[in-house]
Design a protein around this ligand. Structure first.
Ligand code: ADP
Ligand code: ZN
Length: 721
């Protein structure tokens, strides 16, 4: 090739053509450096016929600067990037950037100096040095990372280096990961499990596109069966990607993986240290990372020889990314499987209606694991009608729930209370004047977090200390908390059962893998009697002594205008119920509700999953909602309210009139102010056959907007705020 077209990493630019200088070898997918004005940009060599660019005569082309020392992106990944950009109406460069998500890795192999305790003592001990040396036992990292770990300045550590107490170690940044052994600890599968595993193994060995929906109740051994698929891929020398919905779940997963395969898998998520990130990236690109476990961002990585993708808890809405490129990792995973020609396993105890429909129509192969492993029974589920059995004033746990908790405490068993609300109280107001504490940047109430003594906005991160006096009327000590969050429920438990050991589990308290590990260890050791948690505790955990689950407010998820509210409530409650009675002892679930007769709650109480899905399917069919129709949202925002409104009206005013697409709005978004931006929404409801993306692109490209206006397109939206 002497002339190439590049997909360049600059959002403002389209593809650009360059000359390949004599002696430089490039191919499609090569990652290269190119001149751009006085600067340089990174780009990917792309098939010219697939990208439109301004035509420039050969003579005016500038030469490439160089090729980066990484394997070229494979055609299967290039096709996936094109598909995702097209489907989600996102810039190609924004999608491609997710593949090259470690700047350091692109520079090639290298070494660095890390430091560890040498065993020697410094000549002079100071309290800071002592603290640092205590904190750094068994650690090895760069000075900067160690300083953060020990919470001392880098200067303190440099002093320790000078005095010989810390010694340098030269490490290869790309040192290999220890190999996983497919035969390390192979379990004996039950007949049902073996049948499922056999289908997976055959599909991995056939190396063809094969999407599976693994539908199995919680505790049925879904993980065990897809582990056998992983083992098959390992035996073939192929890589595996396992997507998990939350980083907090990875800890438990890592341990199980290690028990089965002898070593932990390679981790990928957004809070990796940059050295870990580059090491993982290079190992993935060179085929040395065998099994990668990650959050959705692991999906676009340039695997050298992917052989299997597993999406665990595939119904989870956190697979939907809601900023930047708004993609659904579950759906992109299936597309990646298609382009890579490999099997994809979507595993869930409560599959999304969309996934069930794909199975029903024969696109996915559905495999069932209908019963819990080892004869453990599914928990007994009852509702508590809060209009009949009222908690005491200012309390949220009905006497029957509290009574069952006492029984568990006496027997030395554990209880879990689920409430999907972080913090102490969702609303704080002034007793004197009624002033409500609102975020200055968002149309949202500030949530009191008593553990850290802050009022916080859950949308933008704004925080302030609770004021001593009301900012409106000046009255002192007048703030009242309205409604419960998990912290308040934990206080209630402490008040009625002072001897119980209570753990609050939310993304605030389990905000690192270490904290998650600590929690799991304590719960397993029986050092916790009552767990109070948000959706974070609904899945993944397996505590044999946990025999009671209380759903504090099952109606919470049904409020608000979310089009998937019923399904989500069903999934959450079914998942959290699945935490009960996973060991030898039977479990019980109590669901507090004001609407025991609502279809969702009634189906949960009756354990009648099919009835719920049948009713919800009918609702969706009626509404033309997914999986029967499609939605797309257009969100218009600006720091200037009038400007946002004007832009939204202009979009609304030029709406296409088509038989297969209805356009609703524009209307102010429910969160009409977010991070200081005023927001308007339009919602498109389309028939499945409609070309929504094409229509939106043509519609919007005919319009011009002022600089401050941002237009966001959300295909298959999950959030409607
Ligand atoms: P799921 O992923 O469906 O929730 P798991 O794979 O986590 O189910 O299995 C639930 C529990 O039962 C786990 O502790 C698991 O180790 C155990 N288990 C499942 N199948 C087997 C098996 N064939 N042999 C031994 N233990 C098993
Ligand atoms: Zn805010």
């Amino acid at each position: 090739m002497h002339r190439v077209r590049l997909l360049v990493f600059n959002a403002a630019l389209g593809p650009l053509d360059y000359r390949v200088p004599e002696g430089m070898a490039v191919e499609y997918g090569s990652v290269v450096v190119a001149p751009l004005g006085p600067r340089q940009v990174i780009g990917i060599v792309w098939e010219a016929e697939r990208l439109e660019a301004q035509s420039v005569p050969d003579a005016r082309l500038r030469p490439l600067v160089g090729v980066l020392p990484v394997p070229p992106l494979k055609p299967s990944l290039r096709r996936l990037i094109e598909w995702a950009a097209d489907y989600y109406c996102a810039p190609l460069a924004a999608v491609a950037r997710m593949s090259l998500s470690s700047g350091a890795a692109l520079k090639g192999s290298s070494t660095t100096l890390e430091y560890r305790l040498s065993g020697g003592m410094p000549e002079r001990m100071t309290p800071q040095r002592e603290r640092a040396m205590d904190a750094l036992q068994g650690e090895q990292a760069t000075i900067r990372e160690l300083a953060e770990l020990a919470d001392v300045s880098e200067g303190v550590l440099r002093g320790l280096v000078q005095q010989g107490a810390l010694e340098p170690v030269e490490v290869d940044l790309d040192r290999p990961y220890p190999p996983a052994d497919p035969d390390h600890a192979q379990p004996e599968l039950s007949g049902d499990q073996q049948a499922v595993a056999d289908r997976f193994i055959a599909a991995v060995e056939a190396a063809r596109f094969a999407p599976f929906l693994l539908d199995g109740v919680t505790g049925s051994g879904k993980t065990e069966t897809y582990f056998e698929a992983i083992a098959a891929a390992l035996r073939m020398g192929r890589q595996v990607l396992v997507l998990l919905p939350e980083i907090a779940l990875t800890e438990a997963f890592l341990r199980r993986f290690e028990q089965r395969f002898g070593v932990p898998p390679v981790l990928w998520h957004s809070s990796l240290k940059s050295t870990e990130r580059r090491r993982a990236w290079r190992a993935i690109a060179e085929g040395r990372a065998q099994v990668v476990v990650g959050a959705r961002s692991a999906l676009f990585l340039p695997y050298a020889s992917l052989g299997l993708i597993v999406v665990d808890e595939a119904h989870e809405i956190s697979f939907k990314q809601d900023d930047g490129v708004r993609y659904n990792a579950r759906d992109v995973a299936v597309m990646r499987g298609h382009f890579e020609k490999i099997p994809v396993v979507l595993a869930s105890a409560t599959p999304a209606l969309e996934s069930l429909q794909m199975a029903e129509s024969g696109v996915y192969e559905k495999l069932d694991l209908p019963s819990r492993f080892g004869g453990a029974s599914l928990p007994d589920i009852e509702t508590i009608d809060l209009t009949q059995e009222q908690p005491e004033r200012g309390r949220w746990l009905a006497p029957r729930l509290a009574g069952e908790m006492f029984v568990r405490l006496e027997r030395g068993e554990q209880s879990l209370l689920f409430l999907n609300r972080r913090g102490y109280a969702p609303l704080t107001l002034c007793r004197n004047c009624g002033h409500r504490f609102q975020c200055p940047n968002c149309s949202a109430w500030l949530v009191e977090h008593r553990l850290i003594r802050r009022l916080a906005c859950h949308h933008c991160g704004f925080e302030e200390a609770p004021p001593a006096a009301c900012p409106e009327c000046g009255e002192k000590d007048c703030l009242v908390a309205c409604g419960p969050g998990v912290e308040r429920i934990a206080d209630e438990v402490a008040a009625i059962m002072p001897e119980a050991r209570v753990a609050v589990v939310t993304s605030d308290t389990l905000n690192s893998p270490d904290k998650a590990a600590e929690f799991v260890a304590m719960a397993e050791a029986g050092a916790i009697d009552v767990i109070v948690g948000t959706q974070l505790v609904t899945k993944g955990f397996h505590f044999p002594e946990l025999t009671l689950v209380g759903v504090v407010d099952a109606d919470l998820g049904l409020e608000g205008g979310d089009l998937r509210a019923a399904e989500r409530t069903y999934q959450q409650v079914a998942q959290v119920a699945g935490r009960a009675g996973r060991g030898a002892k039977p479990g019980k679930v109590l669901i507090q509700t004001r609407h025991p007769e609502s279809p969702v709650i009634a189906a949960l109480a009756a354990g009648d999953r099919d009835a719920f899905y049948a009713a919800e399917t009918e609702n969706r069919r009626h509404a033309g909602a997914p999986p029967f129709g499609r939605w797309a949202a257009i969100i218009v925002s600006s720091e200037d309210e009038a400007e946002a409104k004007e832009a939204a009206n202009r979009i609304g005013g030029t709406r296409p009139h088509l038989p297969d697409i209805a356009v609703l709005g524009p209307a102010p978004a429910p969160l009409s102010l977010l991070r200081g931006r005023y927001r308007y929404r339009l919602l498109l409801n389309a028939r499945r056959s409609a070309e929504v993306q094409k229509v939106i692109r043509e519609w919007l490209s005919a319009l011009n907007f002022p600089q401050g206006v941002r237009i966001t397109i959300d295909i298959d939206p999950y959030s409607f705020v």
